[in-house]
Design a protein around this ligand. Structure first.
Ligand code: GLA
Ligand code: GLA
Length: 677
């Protein structure tokens, strides 16, 4: 893990698709790349049909020329394997190698991502092209990184083809050892699903009513497993020839087919793609979540922002252009949260195909454009930030993020359609963000001992072993906050013996007797039991709680749970377990979190809400990255040097509205961080 490509300073660039352009354009491209300070481009990601023109027949001449030209101009290459988009000849020879979706529709050609990852023909073809590319370019001086495939799991992950069903049966046999084991784990006594022959076990295809959720959860696990096997096959083919780091581009909080905790140990460096959700007025919060998750996946090591956009994307219902200054705020927010490479999709806007309305570093309007000027300006900024490279973010708070739990919660027939793990994580994250507290993401089974506070906004699926880990964390002095609809089922989507939340009863001192979801649009409120008698608005959900040692912090003032406990606090061992059984928004959560921070020994810095501040700890200095999302200047207490302007900072810096400051300051273990070892 964590071999960063050999480049000085911060990497800057994007996807480069020269095969879509005549040769004359290539010369202009490299000249403009130099003007913008580009030092790394990703090449070849969709080039299979032009590299292997028929089975086993390769044409590398054009790619040789491209790599040589880039190298002569001092631009390094992240070389892609083109396996997200096999050629027409491949599907003509292997029509069965296409994905069949849940409704039984076989995917057509002329797009991308239509190949079945369980197809033996596909698997041998990807290994062949990976070997061929690595054999040819392993020692090319331009190549500093390998980029396998593109965004595993999108546009399709699950595959219901015959070969996939066969592979699923084998995967299940490995997991359960016997049909009895499978029948038990899936609870097949329900609705007469009991199996007597492996041949009868299928993928959870479309059916008249809800399909067994345990079967669907296992199919999600299996899908992830198949995708990983394909990655590993390509990675190992490359490794047979090449020594550069190998990665693939994740979509940390924007796609759900891959369990990235299982992927992260397989790559040499974490790389992530992130796109703003235009419909979200606070899309920078989603960005921060993605960046913190990317960093967490790599255990805190610097990571690569492999793709983001200079302005609009092309695939949302309304593709909102970024406002002046927004691109730099976005890019530097990723950098603040640990990215040492700032890359875009894509270098030059494409004239043809499905993505021609996507923004690029070099837009259709050319160099006489705002976007180009901002791209050149960002390149210059990143040059001034070269010394930030390799420094690390250290967080005191962890938020649970568990893809398996999300897969399970997202299945049908949950107690309310208003339950959303995304929404809950975002609300708690936003509270921390507004309080200037940086968070990591973790699995419930991880070592949590270094965190002062662990938040579980949405841990619907929780194994008994993971619950024991959380319980130990509290017992040994940690502060744990658990939100509603957590600890409901085990790894087979079966309700815990003893009822909802039973495995966390010791840590939290409560059990959930009954779920009490609210009607659409219904509001309720919770009333504090202490002196201040605060009342806060809530909605979506209540629960009937049984107290088993916890004190009641707030009660339901109204609604189906009226007068019952809503928020509880429990001293257990030398720590504290909080339980919040209703939906409070990020504003209402302030009242709760103030007390939770006090239990955890966390002291918010009292910065203006909307001034995003993250510290990267370097070997010789700390780097404070401050992004002002407000429309007025924001004051940041600091001493040091502002690296973008070179200005000395004494006592404080007023960060102008919409601007970013990066301050080199004395290295410290304070400010919520721990210096790197
Ligand atoms: C129907 C079915 C039952 C059960 C209930 C649940 O009545 O006959 O098997 O599914 O719905 O409400
Ligand atoms: C993804 C893909 C790219 C491109 C961009 C457009 O991230 O990896 O190939 O399609 O989206 O936003």
């Amino acid at each position: 893990m964590s071999a960063f490509p050999a480049l000085p300073g911060i990497a800057y660039g994007g996807d480069y698709n020269p095969e879509q352009w005549p040769r004359e354009t290539w010369r202009e491209d490299v000249a403009l790349m130099r003007e913008a300070g580009v030092n790394l481009v990703s090449v070849g990601i969709f080039s299979w049909a032009l590299l292997e023109t028929s089975e086993g027949v390769f044409d590398f001449a054009w790619l040789d020329e491209v790599l040589d030209l880039l190298h002569e101009n001092g631009i390094a290459v992240d070389l892609g394997t083109p396996t997200a988009s096999p050629p027409a000849w491949f599907f003509a020879a292997h029509p069965d190698a296409r994905v069949r979706n849940r409704d039984g529709v076989v995917m057509g050609f002329g797009s991308r991502g239509m190949a079945s990852h369980s197809s033996p023909a596909y698997r041998s073809a990807i290994v062949r092209i990976a070997h061929a590319l690595a054999r040819r370019y392993a020692r090319h001086p331009a190549v500093v990184l390998w980029h396998v495939h593109n965004e595993y799991g999108v546009p399709v992950g699950e595959d219901y083809s015959e070969q996939s069903v066969r592979a699923f049966q084998g995967w299940l046999l490995d997991r359960y050892g016997s049909l009895d084991g499978l029948n038990r784990a899936w609870g097949t006594a329900f609705w007469g699903q009991h199996y007597t022959d492996w041949e009868h076990v299928g993928a959870p295809a479309a059916a008249p009513s809800v399909v067994n959720p345990a079967q669907r959860l296992d199919f999600a696990r299996f899908t992830d497993h198949q995708l990983r096997e394909c990655f590993v096959a390509e990675r190992d083919a490359i490794r047979a020839h090449a020594t550069q780091p190998i990665t693939t581009n994740f979509m940390a909080n924007q796609a759900w087919a891959t369990d990235l905790w299982k992927w992260a140990p397989l790559v040499d460096v974490v790389a992530d793609d992130h796109y703003l959700w235009a419909a979200d007025p606070d899309a920078h919060l989603g960005l921060s979540i993605a960046a913190d998750l990317s960093r967490s996946l790599g255990g805190g090591a610097p990571w690569i922002l492999m793709e983001h956009s200079t302005s609009a994307v092309n695939w949302q219902p309304r593709n909102i252009a970024k406002r002046p200054g927004e691109m730099a705020r976005n890019s530097l927010a990723h950098l603040g949260r640990g990215a040492d490479a700032i890359l875009f999709f894509q270098w030059r806007a494409g004239r043809s195909g499905a993505e021609k309305f996507h923004s690029a570093m070099l837009p259709h309007a050319g160099t006489r454009s705002r976007v180009w000027r901002e791209v050149v300006d960002l390149g210059a900024k990143l040059e001034r930030l070269a010394e930030v490279r390799s420094s690390e973010v250290v967080a005191d708070v962890a938020i649970l993020w568990d893809f398996e739990s999300f897969w399970a919660q997202d299945l049908e027939w949950r107690p309310s359609v208003d339950l959303s793990h995304n929404e809950r994580i975002r609300a708690y994250y936003e509270r921390l963000w507004r309080d200037g507290i940086t968070a990591d993401f973790v699995l419930p089974g991880h070592d949590l001992s270094r965190y002062k506070l662990v938040v579980a906004p949405a841990q619907y699926l929780l194994s008994v072993a993971d619950a024991a880990n959380l319980t130990r964390y509290v017992e040994q002095g940690g502060t744990l906050l658990v939100s509603y609809f957590s600890g409901v089922v085990d790894e087979n989507d079966a309700v815990h013996e003893g009822g909802f939340l039973a495995p966390l009863q010791d840590a939290l001192g409560v059990l959930v007797e009954e779920h009490l979801p609210l009607r659409e649009g219904e509001r309720c409120s919770v009333r504090w039991t202490g002196d201040d008698a605060a009342t806060l608005p809530a909605d979506v959900w209540q629960e009937a709680l049984q107290l088993h040692g916890a004190e009641v912090v707030a009660r339901y003032a109204d609604g189906p749970g009226a007068d019952g406990p809503a928020i509880t606090r429990h001293r257990f061992g030398s720590g504290t377990g909080w339980y919040v059984s209703t939906r409070l928004d990020a504003i209402a959560l302030r009242r709760v979190m103030t007390d939770v921070y006090a239990d955890a020994g966390l002291v918010p810095r009292g910065l203006p809400e909307g001034l995003e501040v993250v510290t990267r700890h370097g070997a010789e200095a700390d780097y404070v990255v401050a992004i002002n999302h407000l429309e007025v200047p924001a004051r940041l207490p600091a001493d040091g040097v502002e690296l973008l302007t070179g200005a000395e900072v004494r006592t404080f810096l007023d960060v102008p509205a919409g601007e970013v400051a990066v301050i080199r300051t004395a290295r410290s273990a304070g400010g919520g961080g721990r210096p790197p070892e």
